[in-house]
Design a protein around this ligand. Structure first.
Ligand code: ADP
Ligand code: MG
Length: 744
């Protein structure tokens, strides 16, 4: 018989029925089964005497007696009229268990049967008991070599837990060794067990300490393989060659700096110097710039773009949505002033009024008319447009640049490894890449998700910025809600502006409290299912909509005369653009919107934000949203309205209200998400899931694995001496590619 490996199919080993059931769960090979870890463990030596009333009990115990009697004595003890009283024992203490109705249980729960009993402990006639617990029958007899803890696997339809245990045992008994991607010397340095040992322990544990050590080993492996992949990617990138873009003394950047109405902060200057030196190298820059909303990233990025223009190249700024692309185009042209017509005025029209440096800034989005689009494409192709602003389609659709020197990506969410690869492959000279994000990324997430980029952070806000104040408003208190609208009105009367953010769009004829349709999928910023504080259907049907809140405010006496408009993803690009323009120019006082305003919208005169049903949003998302107010010299105010009384949701909102530290909030947020969501949220083109590793909780492991990975790749870049590691890295790349293709 050929030896069993991780690729061996399960069916010949464990039989048709279990194999078919497991296959329905995507578990087809030995490797799949081994990686399918128990969801929890129960002590074989359960102690029923320790049970307390009200406690949720999980115990292994044997059936010692079964009694069935009628609920209504005049009728037979069958079906719903049967009460089944089972006595269970841990060998010392016994406990009654009551079921209402037999439903065939009488055929399986017989004296001598061992099972796991899960349920709430109650008192009846002064005795502790279980009522209608979950029952999972375990192997009939515990073998001598049975481990000390009983593994419980996620329930598989029509497959007993004990059958899974047997299947795993059969598999483990036949494996002599497993290919281990972690080299012996690395394993020994960290005192880790082998891969096979780890699987033996997690599936057949003797003690909880053993399980912890085995999990550490599996986590290390996952971190290590990932870090080796990233280290190789960095090494590859370091071999890429591009054109050095050196700063010039009296170009458009110098003219821009001379006009800038403020001093750059120290942080901005440092990052700017770093970008200049990296763009002057012949190795393409791959840098992630993070900083709170309003910390001045865009100005820094624009300076880098102007430097690229000075060096004879072009720069592209990619935004995640059309609204944001338009917004960027507006703010860049505003910041540049007449430098943005430089190309036009002085060279073409010969008017001579403009400065003698400058460049053309073009906007390329899907909603351009065909003539405008043709003109933009030609400006891009001839190089007369030095700066091109657009959505990601700009690079994906193969727009031809004359000489693309720098790509700036605003917000990393939709810009993954694959897109960076696409850029690297573009032409003979891969562009320098700068990714900007306002979502603070904890160190280990950066190491995991952006492990192939260097990171910089802008920590200080420009001087004169007053931190925003936030409060939770309980929607169940009408006086508080009224006070909120009064506050909004006061702010508008004082000449300032406000946002009211809603979790969904709704319908034109909808009023507050009416039933629902969808959340805003119109931008890339649709609301995520939040926190499980309620069923999703129910959540959607109760939440505030843009249309309903718009109507409410328009009709509200306190807001008489206040100009109120809407912004959401179902509007046409022209409508959205007009709404943003009117708000930016002050013709609209209050903008009722979905999260389309989350990123990048920049109106310094906006000082108040009300978030309706704030519990529907994640922590980081709220932090991001409120960054839209208080961007000028007036203090910002954020009112988080909520009707929830669920503790976790309220705790979250109070945490947001209490802290303005984006990093702290990001950690809190990530802790509450599943790991897959962490990575998915951070970057769609990167690792989509981790099986064992916690990005936040396993910082030590990730750091250690990274050090070893770097050392190993330096010594052996092709992994020639480590074939098992090499194939694990290859598998990872294949999975990523598959996941990326699935997402489309
Ligand atoms: P971010 O992109 O990080 O959100 P921006 O670059 O858009 O931040 O800057 C936010 C606002 O602050 C803009 O209006 C910008 O002109 C202004 N700003 C940027 N840097 C400074 C600075 N050093 N001093 C004063 N204002 C600044
Ligand atoms: Mg910005």
């Amino acid at each position: 018989m050929p030896s069993v490996t991780e690729a061996t199919r399960l069916r010949p080993l464990i039989g048709d029925h279990p194999a078919a059931r497991l296959r329905a769960r995507g578990i087809e090979t030995v490797g799949d089964l081994l990686a399918w870890l128990p969801r929890r463990y129960v002590d074989y030596e359960s102690d029923l005497s320790a049970a307390r009333e009200g406690e949720h009990l999980v115990a292994v115990a044997d059936v010692t007696a079964v009694e069935i009697f009628p609920r209504d004595r005049r009728r037979k003890a069958v079906g719903r009229n049967a009460i089944m009283r089972v006595t269970i024992s841990d060998g010392g203490t016994s406990m009654p268990v009551t079921f209402f109705g037999t439903y065939g249980r009488e055929r399986t729960l017989m004296p001598g049967v061992r099972a796991v009993w899960t349920g709430k402990v109650t008192t009846f006639n002064g005795r502790l008991q279980l009522t209608s617990p979950d029952v999972e029958i375990v192997a009939e007899q515990r073998a001598d070599d049975e481990p000390g803890l009983l593994p419980l696997y996620t329930h598989v339809d029509r497959l007993r837990n004990s059958s899974v245990i047997i299947a795993v045992r059969v598999v483990l008994d036949q494996i002599e060794s497993l290919n281990d991607p972690v080299p012996v010397e690395v394993r020994e340095r960290h005192g880790l067990m082998t891969r096979l040992q780890a699987f033996r322990v997690v599936h057949r544990p003797r003690s909880r300490a053993d399980i912890a050590a085995a999990m550490d080993r599996l986590r290390f492996e996952e971190a290590f393989v990932l870090q080796v992949a990233l280290a190789r990617r960095r090494a590859d990138q370091a071999r890429d060659r591009t054109i050095s873009r050196r700063p010039v003394a009296d170009g458009v950047l110098a003219a821009f700096d001379a006009r800038l109405p403020f001093e750059l902060t120290n942080g901005q200057q440092e990052v700017a110097a770093l970008l200049a030196s990296e763009m002057a190298r012949e190795t393409p820059m791959h840098r992630l710039l993070q900083g709170e909303v309003g910390s001045g990233k865009t100005v820094v990025a624009l300076r880098a773009m102007l430097a690229a223009v000075d060096a004879g190249g072009q720069a592209a700024l990619l935004a995640p949505t059309e609204v944001l692309a338009q917004q960027h185009h507006r703010s860049i042209t505003a910041l540049m002033g007449d430098l943005a017509d430089g190309g036009l005025l002085s060279f073409e029209d010969g008017v001579g009024a403009g400065p003698d440096v400058g460049t053309r800034v073009v906007l390329l989005t899907g909603s351009l008319g065909s003539a405008a689009r043709r003109r933009a494409l030609s400006d891009i192709a001839t190089g007369s447009a030095g700066i091109v602003v657009g959505t990601h389609a700009l690079i994906q659709e193969g727009v031809e640049f004359d000489d693309l020197a720098l790509v700036v990506v605003d917000e990393q969410h939709r810009f993954g490894v694959e897109q960076r690869d696409a850029l690297r492959a573009k032409g003979a000279h891969p562009p320098h890449v700068l990714v900007m994000t306002a979502t603070p990324i904890p160190r280990t997430v950066a190491m995991t998700v952006f492990g192939d980029m260097e990171t910089s952070t802008l920590r200080e806000l420009p001087a004169g910025r007053v931190p925003i104040t936030s409060h939770v408003v309980e929607a169940s208190k009408p006086a508080w809600v009224e006070r909120t609208w009064m506050r909004l009105a006061e702010e508008v009367r004082a000449g300032r502006q406000a946002y009211v953010v809603c979790p969904r769009i709704g319908d034109p004829d909808e009023r507050a409290g009416a039933p629902a349709d969808e959340v805003d999928g119109g931008g890339d910023w649709a609301v995520e299912d939040s926190d499980g504080s309620g069923p999703v259907d129910d959540a959607a049907s109760a939440s505030a909509s843009v249309y309903a809140v718009h109507t409410l405010l328009v009709e509200h006496p306190a807001l008489a005369g206040v100009r109120i408009a809407m912004l959401h993803g179902r509007m046409t690009p022209e409508e959205k653009d007009r709404a943003m323009r009117d708000f930016a120019s002050g013709e609209v006082d209050v903008l009722v919107a979905t999260t389309v305003i989350e990123v990048g919208v920049d109106v310094a005169n906006a000082t108040v934000m009300v978030v309706m049903d704030a519990d529907r949003f994640g922590i980081s998302q709220l932090h991001q949203l409120r960054g839209r107010v208080g961007r000028g010299s007036e203090p910002g105010l954020c009112l988080l309205m909520t009707a929830t009384d669920a503790e976790p949701a309220l705790d979250r909102l109070h945490a947001v209200a209490a802290s303005t530290d984006g990093f702290e909030l990001a950690r809190l947020d990530l802790r509450q998400r599943r790991e897959g969501d962490v990575l998915g949220a951070a970057q769609s083109g990167g690792r989509s899931s981790l099986s064992f590793l916690g990005v936040i909780d396993d910082e030590d492991i990730i750091v250690a694995a990274r050090e070893d990975a770097v050392r190993l790749v330096e010594a052996d870049p092709e992994l020639a001496a480590h074939p098992h590691l090499s194939s694990a890295v290859q598998r990872l790349a294949d999975e990523d590619k598959a996941a990326f293709l699935e997402r489309g």
